[in-house]
Design a protein around this ligand. Structure first.
Ligand code: NAD
Ligand code: LMR
Length: 329
């Protein structure tokens, strides 16, 4: 058995937390030979509810769960954390865009970025799930001068999984037949789910579907607006699928991506694919030994160029907005 690693989770008493913590403790995230210590952060009024979740975690008698701590202080919850999943934030309600949460949630990520910078493991891997995820990750990394910006990711894996599932339904193939899906840009309605490089049983997905109208008018909006559709149907934002995507993202980051495939992760742009430097942008990536490598050199056609530019423009506007709020320099 390996030495336990420390996994910090914020918003641990919330909806996503209720699904996420049990999967982490079961070994689904880091592997069935990796013990974990959960370090759970909540706001003070939610600490009582969190105690109930802790009781349930204990009642599962997970063999890999080597300890649990709870706190309302990020400096305590992030101490020596090897992984940090920043979930704690308000979810949107029907009729809101995720960017409407910027001023409400942005303020959470400045002190959390600072605390991670001060007390987390120097190799901490941070995944921001709380919306608007990309720009919250930008706020956190901008306030974490002692860590590298690339240690901060935002989650576009839920969009990635949604895109795979929609394409599998359309083509009548299993999800396992689909490789090289990419979500470019923001976890928002401007995101660009790319079928030009995706493959179904090794064949180009866009060519195989051979229906650009479906791609543009049905597939892209269905994936990009899925969060709102779930809020409309459930009265609450997605939770189990979001937790599952967070598990998938961290598992890929820690344990790598399979040969012949890639995944989508949002992290600070180095200017590749014409995206302004520093924006936390969804890209295709491979991961080996914990090292994330952007897939470079893909052909970007006119349609894709316009989509990538539109989502970059939205992220640039969000960056300006949080600069004005004093959350980013
Ligand atoms: P929720 O309201 O059920 O839970 C959020 C929890 O965060 C609450 O328990 C709250 O007390 C806690 N919290 C609030 N401020 C905090 C702080 N400063 N520190 C620690 N904890 C804090 O919400 P949820 O459904 O679990 O969703 C959480 C976030 O995840 C929302 O912003 C939602 O929009 C987002 N989300 C993102 C994706 C994605 O794909 N990126 C998917 C689904 C949901
Ligand atoms: C989602 O995509 O389901 C989440 O980001 C929740 C939301 O507000 O859409």
């Amino acid at each position: 058995m390996k030495t336990p690693v420390r996994v910090a989770v914020t918003g641990a008493a919330g909806q996503i937390g209720y699904s996420l913590l049990f999967r982490i403790a079961s070994g689904a995230m880091l592997g069935e030979d990796q013990p974990v210590i959960l370090q759970l952060l909540e706001i003070t009024p939610a600490l009582k509810a969190l105690q109930g979740v802790v009781m349930e975690l204990k009642d599962c008698a997970f063999p890999l769960l080597a300890g649990i701590t709870t706190s309302d202080d990020p400096m305590v919850a992030f101490k020596d954390a090897d992984y940090a999943l920043l979930v704690g934030a308000l979810p949107r309600k029907a009729g809101m865009e995720r960017s409407d949460l910027l001023s409400a949630n942005g303020g959470i990520f400045k002190p959390q970025g600072h605390a991670l910078s001060e007390v987390a493991s120097r190799n901490v891997k941070v995944l921001v799930v709380g919306n608007p995820a990309n720009t919250n990750a930008l706020i956190a990394l901008s306030n974490a001068p002692k860590l590298k910006p690339a240690q901060f990711h935002a989650m576009v894996r839920l969009d990635h999984n949604r895109a795979i599932s929609q394409l599998a339904e359309k083509t009548g193939k299993p999800v396992t037949a689909i490789k090289k899906m990419t979500i470019w840009g923001n976890h928002s309605t401007t995101q660009f789910p790319d079928l030009y490089h995706a493959e179904v049983e090794g064949k180009n997905a866009h060519a195989l579907v051979n229906d650009h109208e479906w791609y543009e008018k049905t597939f892209i909006p269905t994936v990009a607006k899925r969060g709102a559709a779930i809020i409309e149907a459930r009265g609450l934002s997605s939770a189990a699928s979001a937790a599952n995507a967070a598990i998938d993202h961290m598992r890929s980051w820690a344990l790598g991506t399979p040969e012949g495939d890639w995944t989508s992760m949002a992290f600070p742009s180095d200017g590749s694919y014409g995206v302004p430097e520093g924006l936390v942008f969804g890209y295709p990536v491979t991961v080996r030994n914990g090292q994330v490598e952007m897939v470079k050199g893909l052909d970007i056609n006119e349609f894709s160029r316009a989509k990538i530019d539109a989502t970059a423009k939205e992220l640039e506007e969000e960056r300006q907005a949080v600069r004005q709020l004093g959350l980013v320099k």
